[in-house]
Design a protein. Sequence first.
Length: 94
Amino acid sequence: MLCNLSAGFGADADARTQRMAAAGAIEAILAGLSAHTSSAEVQERGFVALCNLASGRDETVDDLKIRMVEVGVIEAIERGLLAHPGCAEVQEGG
């Protein structure tokens, strides 16, 4: 669900991204990735959602990207990639 909500471009998408981040979307995605490391589907969809959140063009998205790094997004993606070395979807998404 977060994959779809976080998709899109333009001012509306950037505002939606900021609201989602403020509501804890990043932390919720990270919790899902951590709780379901063995699920390739959860990892792939979580990666897509994180990518969508970070893909805005608004200057506030730069702050969001910094926050994502600070809360452990890179490490979570690394764990998912290492857990599914043979899954092309996970590898491409990460």
